[in-house]
Design a protein around this ligand. Structure first.
Ligand code: UT7
Length: 328
């Protein structure tokens, strides 16, 4: 079977207007700006307005990505939304987005791989285009993490924010586009990062709410150690599969979880910080939305040129990880 080269033909991002600063967090929990900046690199994060849900953020980012691709919503064949904060259990956020966009031709589903979800979505979409099943796929990472964050827990509430990033995938000229994907999971580490309440094992009740089971629980230090190991491993494996040397990377776009985790990946790849897109100081960790927001912002800032070799890499709950190498 003849496989078509597939790449990103449009990007877009949306972040809500409200800014939550480290100073604001100092009023909410026992923490301080200096601790947060030195331990995470974060200074601000965005918080969705009460009337905004994940599909609303996804909608704004998607409009920009579709326009940047020179398409209309009716040209989209499939919508994949990577999220751990869907508007509701069902219908999927992808279906809600399809309706908002008027993307009448598009099939639609959500994908759950936590912070790695966007890279899982790219891998799924690109294989469906490569084999000729679809022409244009909208892949979105969108989150309202503020809705599942316990703002009395200083271990987690300093980290997370809301936002959305979107890309349109389509056929690209020979020599460009995705060169490799590396996806992985280790379900035995699932208990390190999770939301237990509200599912079929622990349905929502007054007790689960009182017990704060509807909020994110994270064993931060364990997740940190996993992240440091897996970010380098996944990026190196994706580079090996692509046949591209790490010295030829033009831009690394990592999951924006912690500046120290990103720095360890840069050390492992022998890359200077100038070759890395970092915006966690402004947006914090936006889970599945972190990588597409960072990529869209790199495009806005003209940091991405035709022919550039780009590495995307992320990790998250599951535990999961994913990396991809592409030529822009
Ligand atoms: O998308 C994937 C999701 N998760 C992640 O990527 C998170 C990965 N983990 C991390 O980024 C880091 O583990 C954290 C930033 C969450 C924490 O940093 P750490 O260097 O691992 O700190 P720690 O958890 O080992 O805590 C060190 C100390 C503790 O005090 P004691 O027990 O030593 O007295 C914490 O209670 O820092 C304390 N601490 C805080 N102090 C001030 C924890 N959170 C805070 C805080 N402000 N917000």
């Amino acid at each position: 079977m003849q496989l078509h080269p597939v790449g990103i033909i449009g990007t877009g991002k949306y972040v809500p207007e409200r800014i939550l600063t480290n100073k604001d967090l100092e009023q909410m929990v026992e923490t301080n700006d200096e601790w947060i900046v030195t331990r995470t690199g974060m200074r601000e994060r965005r918080i969705a307005a009460p009337e905004q849900a994940t599909s609303d953020l996804a909608y704004q980012a998607s409009l920009k990505a579709i326009e940047a691709a020179g398409l209309t919503a009716e040209d989209i064949d499939l919508i994949i939304v990577a999220t751990i904060t869907p508007d509701m259990f069902f219908p999927s956020t992808a279906c809600l987005l399809q309706d908002k966009l008027g993307a009448r031709k598009a099939a639609a589903f959500d994908l759950s791989a936590a912070c790695s979800g966007f890279i899982y979505g790219l891998a799924t979409a690109s294989s469906m285009i490569a084999n000729g099943m679809y022409k244009h796929v909208l892949v979105v990472g969108a989150e309202c993490l503020s809705r599942i964050t316990d703002y009395t827990d200083r271990n987690t509430c300093i980290l997370f924010g809301d936002g959305a990033g979107a890309v349109v995938l389509g056929q690209v000229p020979e020599g460009r586009g995705f060169r490799s994907f590396e996806l992985g999971a280790d379900g035995s580490g699932g208990e390190l990062l999770r939301v237990c309440g509200g599912g079929s094992r622990m349905p929502s009740s007054a007790d689960t709410i009182a017990d704060k089971q509807h909020f994110i629980y994270m064993a931060g230090n364990e997740v940190y150690k996993f992240a440091v190991r897996i970010m380098g491993n996944a990026a190196e494996e994706a580079l090996r599969k692509a046949g591209i040397d790490k010295k030829d990377i033009d831009l690394l776009v990592p999951h924006q979880a912690n500046i120290r985790i990103i720095q360890s990946a840069l050390n492992r790849l022998d890359l200077p910080q100038e070759k890395c897109m970092i915006n966690l100081d402004k947006y914090g960790n936006v889970s599945a939305a972190s990588i597409p927001i960072a990529l869209a912002e790199a495009v806005e800032q003209n940091r991405v040129n035709e022919g550039d070799r780009i590495v995307l890499v992320g990790f998250g709950g599951g535990l999961t990880w994913g990396a991809s190498v592409l030529v822009w």
